[in-house]
Design a binder for this molecule. Structure first.
Ligand code: MD3
Ligand code: FE
Length: 200
């Protein structure tokens, strides 16, 4: 593994995963999934997104940014469920709570190209991910594009913490393996990414 990556399989058992999905279904009624588009080109992402918390990550023709309101409804993002704040407090090893919880929803064929997460001010805080539903092939490399990469399968209930040197590593989702989980009735994968955005 890479310095700063901490992988915790099976943090959430099946009932806890189901309860979290139910909380997300309610949140998505208030803050519907939207399809982000790439800055400048306007090319749509294959992943749909929404956010929870005081700040949410959005991408549109103007660029990538964090903002306190949903881009379509104009409403504040729903609060983060206690269970995700509890996971942060157990695994992030960071004194402040996350401000943003990005919810990525992968349906059939969705993927995410290699990128760095660098829209935050505070790179000292780790990024913490919670996977739900079908298993994903997660790819990560070093801090420069074009270096060696490796893969790790992320399954439902797994937590991944990217801190230290890994905070700025290139990473993405090659593919989601359909039929690997029965958690979501229609299949697919949900990833929650918890982040600190502003400086202390
Ligand atoms: C490595 N999401 O939303 S989570 C993203 O599964 C994102 O939806 C992927 O990359 C997903 O930006 C991967 C694992 C992850 C999250 C944040 C990271 C890995 C990371 C930040 C830095 C390095
Ligand atoms: Fe990322």
């Amino acid at each position: 593994m890479f310095e700063g990556i901490n992988y915790h399989p099976n943090v959430l058992d099946r009932p806890a995963q189901a309860a979290l999905v139910e909380a997300l279904r309610i949140a998505v009624q208030a803050a519907p999934l939207f399809t982000p588009v790439m800055p400048r080109t306007g090319r749509p992402f294959s992943v749909r997104m929404t956010n929870l918390g005081s700040l949410g990550w959005v991408s549109d023709k103007a660029g990538y940014r964090y903002q306190p309101h949903h881009p379509e409804t104009g409403q504040p993002w729903p609060a983060m469920p206690d269970v995700v704040l509890d996971i942060w407090q157990r695994f992030a090893n960071y004194p402040r709570l996350p401000e943003a919880c990005l919810v990525n929803f992968y349906q059939q064929g969705a993927k995410m190209g290699l990128h760095q997460d660098r829209d935050e001010e505070d790179f000292a805080a780790p990024v913490l991910s919670v996977s739900l539903g079908d298993t994903a092939v997660f790819r990560f490399g070093g801090t420069t594009r074009g270096g060696k990469t490796q893969t790790l399968k992320l399954s439902s209930g797994d937590v991944l913490v990217m801190g230290g040197a890994s905070r700025l590593c290139f990473h993405g989702i090659d593919r989601v393996l359909s039929g690997t989980s029965t958690l979501l009735k229609e299949g697919g994968r949900i990833n929650l990414t918890l982040r600190r955005v502003t400086m202390p």
